[in-house]
Write a protein that binds this ligand. Structure first.
Ligand code: BMA
Length: 356
């Protein structure tokens, strides 16, 4: 059952009670059943390796993935970092109004959207990576000195997620993936920065506010530890916030050294995640992955696809293609001039790989 289904309908009992989140979950389950793996790319419609959306843009058609293979990614990832402060643009300079409008455009093309969140540090004022204090989660939980302040941040995030509507007023469902990579200790909500109880309480507080208090019915809740720390299924399960408030389970896993190292790390995380998903009745996904700079011309078919092909995962999302001059090395998706472009086309053309 969708976690978001906690909302009960008071309307006509004959009316369909399916929420936008439930409709999305059904669609995800159906695609997994068909054996499809959707390809996803972070920030795909906002910028690419050598272009950036104009501030006054009114349509969202440019995409490195589309330029490479003639199809859009099925899954479009975005990040809410910066919404907490009421900023006009997120931490990677994407204007929130463009993010919202591009999500609607992607949804209307038949695509699926996922949001992560790299919020700033509510205790120190630093960024999401500021791990100078291990009291941050404690400070924002009920009774903590920053609780009220942080609830304002949740309100800003909820306001944005609730505001994503089509011209007909239909709220667009999204996969919502807060508090990610918590098995590592590089974000203020990470492993060494809070206790298991505090981490779970953070999830519960987030869910209670957004779903129970605000009534958001368009969120599919996704849990995603970092793959590098998954030494056992117990580690995966340790901080799992609970079946009632999670709909999807995944992990984030990056390529750092060799094909073998990456494939082993992926297969270990896939084994653990897919078994966990089965046991808990959830949908599995590779919520983030990639090889920075893709220094392997056959990475898509011989490494990524080869690793994934036998697992029932809903989607695999590669991280962003940064466009800033000093970040030209920071790309994880294809673009036409890259040496892996031909291989990406072959990957995108595979029967079980889905793009739009
Ligand atoms: C990281 C990097 C950063 C970026 C952050 C949030 O992995 O790509 O440059 O700011 O994600 O998108």
């Amino acid at each position: 059952m969708a976690a978001a289904f906690a909302i009960t309908s008071c309307g006509d009992p004959n009316e369909s009670a399916q929420t936008p989140a439930e409709a999305l979950l059904d669609r995800l389950a159906g695609l997994v059943e068909e054996g499809k793996i959707m390809y996803g790319h972070q920030d795909d419609l906002m910028y690419g390796h050598s272009w950036k959306l104009a501030d006054d843009a009114t349509e969202y058609v440019q995409s490195d993935v589309y330029a490479t293979c003639g199809q859009y990614p099925a899954v479009y990832g975005l990040d809410l970092g910066g919404i907490e402060l009421g900023n006009k643009a997120n931490l990677d300079n994407n204007i929130f109004d463009h993010m919202r409008a591009s999500v609607v455009a992607h949804h209307e093309r038949g695509g699926i959207v996922t949001f992560s969140w790299h919020p700033r540090n509510p205790l120190t004022g630093g960024d999401a990576w500021d791990v100078s204090s291990d009291q941050v989660v404690a400070s924002i939980l009920p009774g903590g000195e920053k609780h009220e302040y942080f609830m304002g941040w949740l309100k800003n995030a909820a306001d944005f997620l609730e505001s994503i509507k089509t011209a007909d007023g239909e709220t667009v469902p999204v996969i919502w993936r807060p508090w990610h990579e918590h098995t590592g200790s590089w974000f203020w909500w990470g492993q060494k920065l809070c206790t298991t109880e505090q981490y779970k309480a953070l999830w519960q507080m987030t869910y209670d506010y957004m779903v129970e208090e605000r009534g958001l019915d368009n969120l599919v809740w996704s849990y995603s530890p970092g793959a590098g720390e998954l030494s056992s299924p117990e580690v995966y399960a340790e901080r799992y916030p609970g079946d009632e408030i999670v709909d999807m389970v995944g992990f984030d896993c990056y390529f750092y050294s060799t094909r073998e190292d990456y494939m082993n790390k992926m297969k270990n995380a896939l084994d653990i995640t897919v078994a966990f998903a089965k046991e808990h009745g959830k949908i599995a996904a590779v919520t983030e992955t990639g090889y920075e700079g893709i220094k392997d011309p056959k990475w898509w078919t011989e490494v990524l696809y080869e690793t994934l092909k036998d697992y029932p995962v809903s989607y695999v999302l590669t991280w962003r293609n940064a466009c800033d001059a000093h970040m030209q090395h920071h790309f994880y998706g294809p673009f036409p001039e890259h040496e892996s472009a031909e291989d990406f086309k072959a990957f995108a053309a595979l029967e079980d790989v889905m793009l739009l």
